[in-house]
Every structure is written in structure tokens, then in C-alpha cells.
Design a protein around this ligand. Structure first.
Ligand code: NAD
Ligand code: DAU
Length: 353
């Protein structure tokens, strides 16, 4: 069946992998990528698919109702995979209003446009897939059970609060107007094309440049890491086969302390650069903790596995080594995304600590 899918935020980290996955795997689908190209979006992330006949890029804002309505009409959109967001917790602490605008109002704009375009007809297959995060569940203590889909919402940062607000609107549009929705909650992603403000690419870049590695607090916080391509596959499965109105957790069953991830990165980068093993460990710099820093995330993805058969394919250590090699081989990409505004952000966040 030919589908016409609107992917939002497709020029960002995860979105670019989702766009590439859909454009290549489903040649018969039309994929429309709506992205504002904020500091986090870069068309270089999609250089290898931009000429594909089933792919269209539109630069624009998900909060622009007029534009979004037009896209639904002109492209006969029957599926949405919504990834566009402000995604960085540290930036949300500095500018919470921007996060509410993009993440809550932007999501509401897309929901309303979908509702208007799709009416209440159920004759045609339609789907609004909202890409949420595990952070809406809050934080776990050590020894507590992993998040499941029935874990209560308890967001702590302005970022996670804005994502939680968006999730509530998605459910409300399903319950109130019958919009066919699914929500996914994924854990921390790693892989190529991640903007170097997030822990893993930031550390790879700094180790290479012999710059300090800013580790919040003792580095004992735990994240559950998943390769971005496993996330893209999971989105494909849920978009096509998830049950209407349901949510699905996506995770790697791969909990690691930050300090252990950083030491592993040091080992890999030192080896790749021919440095003596561990010679970059002196770069580790414990700095003031992130405000409201969530201690631990862990995902129970049992529902996605048992209902839809998804399991992650990438081994973490191999995936991380490949990721390091990717960054080392893409210095031009790094130089292109790291512009003056990022350098200013970095200096304000970390220099002097
Ligand atoms: P990202 O910051 O790399 O990319 C976000 C993209 O959204 C960028 O291309 C940006 O230009 C675009 N965008 C921002 N505001 C926009 C607007 N108003 N209109 C149109 N486009 C806009 O984010 P990411 O890490 O790829 O995350 C993508 C989604 O996945 C987000 O919704 C995030 O909450 C969710 N998520 C991320 C992770 C993770 O580990 N990165 C994990 C779970 C869920
Ligand atoms: O869990 C999913 C979430 O993962 C996504 O919803 C978010 O969009 C994504 O940004 C990510 O959030 P985190 O805050 O977990 O990711 P980040 O890479 O910013 O930080 C990972 C851990 O590393 C976290 O415990 C904070 C710590 N950290 C991060 C940075 C940037 C440091 O110690 N130093 C740093 O400089």
C-alpha cells in the first residue's frame, strides 16, 4: 500500500535515521520531512537520501498551523511520525519556554491538523506516531524495577515535563476525537549524526582534541543506551503494527554508569588514535551536578518484544566502537555542525569549571 508520511524533525539525530530507514525500505511511500533546521537540525545528516524520488524536504515550523494544514492537504498525508522537538535537558533548564512552545504547542498543532484532515473516517489506514521519551517516567533509584508502560508519569526537568505535556495531548486527542495514535518511549540513543552537546559525541570530540570531559557530579548516574538504528527499526514496527491508542517502551536492556561509558570511550578513542591505553583518563573532570539530575533510567521493553517481536540488534561495545570510528571519519560534519553559536553555548556551560 502506498503511504504518504510526514516525518517531523527528520534533519535531527534520530529523525535522520528514521527518514533514511523509511525512504530506503519503502520505495513506494512518499516521505515528507518537515524540519525547522534549528541548531540541532542539519541537512548534511541526509546527504545520501536527498535525491531520492520518494523524499521531500520542507523547511518550516511545526507550530505553523497554516503550513502544517497545507502539507496535510497537498501531500495527502495519512501517517505522521513526530520527532521534532527541543531535546536537550541542559538547554531546557536554561530556556523552559522554548521547550513548551516546540514540544507542547508544536505537538498540539500537528494533532489538530491531523484531526481536521482525517475527520473521523476509519476507512483509510491512518496513524499518528508520537515519539516520546523514557524521561517522562522520572527517575529510578538503584534496585527499583525498570519503567514499564504503566509506570506513572513523574517528569523532573523542563524538557521531560514538556514531553509529558505533549504525551497527554496525544492521548486526549485519541480519547476525545478518536485520533489513531501510538506513543513510544525510548531510552538514550547513541550513534552517528548526534549533535555534540550530548554526552557521547561531546566526549568523543573532546578526547580527540585533548579537552576536559565535563562529568556531572560523580558520574554515577545510569542511562540505558540503545543504538539509534535499533530505535528506527522499533519505530517502523510500532508505526505499522502497534495497537491503536497504546504506548510502547523501547530500550536496550543496557544500563551503564556515565563514568563507565566515558572510560570506555577513552579506551576506544585512545586505541583508534594510537595513544597509550588510558592516556586520556586525566581529561576526566567532575563538575557541578546538573540541576535535578535524574539518577537512573531503565526500560522494560517486554511489551514491544512480546506483542511485536522487536529486539535490539546492536551490541553496545561494538556499536560504540563503530560510532567512534564514524565521528573520526566525519570531521567535516563535526566542523559544519559546531558553529559559533555552539561554541558560545559550550563556553557558557563548561568553560571555567
Ligand atoms: P535533535 O535535537 O537531534 O533533533 C530535533 C530536530 O527537530 C532538529 O532537526 C530540529 O531542527 C527539529 N526542530 C526543532 N524545533 C522544531 C520546530 N519548531 N519545527 C520543526 N522542526 C523542529 O533530537 P533527537 O535526539 O533526534 O530526538 C528526536 C526525538 O526523539 C525528540 O522528540 C526526543 O524527545 C526523542 N527522544 C530522543 C532520545 C535521545 O536519546 N536523543 C531518546 C528518546 C526520545
Ligand atoms: O532518556 C532519553 C533522553 O536521553 C532523551 O529523551 C533526551 O532527548 C536525550 O538528550 C537524553 O537525555 P540525557 O539527559 O540522559 O542525555 P545527555 O547525553 O545530555 O546526558 C547523558 C548523561 O550524561 C546524563 O546523566 C547527564 C550526563 N552528562 C551529560 C553531559 C552533556 C554529563 O555528565 N556531562 C555532560 O556534559
Amino acid at each position: 500500500m502506498k503511504r504518504h508520511i510526514l516525518i517531523t524533525g527528520g534533519a535531527g539525530f534520530i529523525g535522520s535515521h528514521v527518514v533514511r530507514h523509511f525512504v530506503r525500505k519503502y520505495a513506494g511511500y512518499e516521505v515528507v520531512n518537515l524540519d525547522l533546521l534549528t541548531y540541532a537540525g542539519n541537512l548534511e545528516n541526509l546527504h545520501d537520501v536527498q535525491q531520492a524520488p520518494n523524499y521531500h524536504f520542507v523547511r518550516g515550523d511545526i507550530c505553523d498551523m497554516c503550513l502544517v494544514r497545507t502539507l496535510f492537504r497537498e501531500h495527502n498525508i495519512d501517517g505522521v511520525i513526530h520527532l521534532a522537538a527541543e531535546s536537550h535537558v541542559d538547554r531546557s533548564i536554561r530556556d523552559p519556554f522554548l521547550f513548551v512552545r516546540t514540544n507542547v504547542l508544536g505537538t498540539l498543532t500537528l494533532l489538530q491538523a491531523a484531526r481536521e484532515a482525517w475527520g473521523d473516517s476509519s476507512e483509510v489506514e491512518r496513524r499518528f506516531h508520537h515519539v516520546s521519551t523514557d524521561e517522562v517516567y522520572g527517575a529510578l533509584q538503584f534496585g527499583e524495577e525498570a519503567f514499564s508502560e504503566t509506570t506513572s508519569y513523574n517528569p523532573h526537568s523542563p524538557y521531560s515535563a514538556s514531553k509529558a505535556g505533549a504525551d497527554h495531548f496525544v492521548r486526549a486527542y485519541h480519547t476525545t476525537y478518536g485520533l489513531p495514535v501510538v506513543i513510544t518511549h525510548c531510552s538514550n540513543n547513541y550513534g552517528p549524526y548526534q549533535f555534540p552537546e550530548k554526552l557521547i559525541p561531546l566526549c568523543i570530540r573532546n578526547i580527540c582534541a585533548n579537552k576536559l570531559l565535563p562529568i556531572y557530579g560523580k558520574g554515577e548516574n545510569v542511562r540505558d543506551w540503545l543504538h539509534v538504528k535499533d530505535h528506527a527499526e522499533a519505530i517502523d514496527v510500532v508505526f505499522h503494527h502497534g495497537r491503536n491508542g497504546e504506548s510502547y517502551n523501547i530500550g536496550g536492556s543496557n544500563e551503564r554508569r556515565n563514568i563507565d561509558v566515558v572510560k570506555l570511550l577513552i579506551r576506544i578513542v585512545d586505541e583508534e588514535l594510537g595513544r597509550a591505553p588510558g592516556s586520556s583518563e586525566h581529561l576526566i573532570n567532575h563538575i557541578e551536578d546538573r540541576a535535578g539530575h535524574d539518577l537512573r533510567y531503565a526500560i522494560n521493553a517486554g511489551k514491544l518484544h512480546s506483542e511485536l517481536g522487536w529486539t535490539p540488534k546492536h551490541d553496545f561495545e561494538k556499536g560504540l566502537s563503530d560510532t567512534v570510528r564514524w565521528y573520526l571519519g566525519h570531521k567535516e560534519w563535526l566542523a559544519a555542525v559546531v558553529n559559533g553559536s555552539y561554541e558560545r553555548y559550550y563556553a557558557e556551560m563548561y568553560d571555567g569549571q
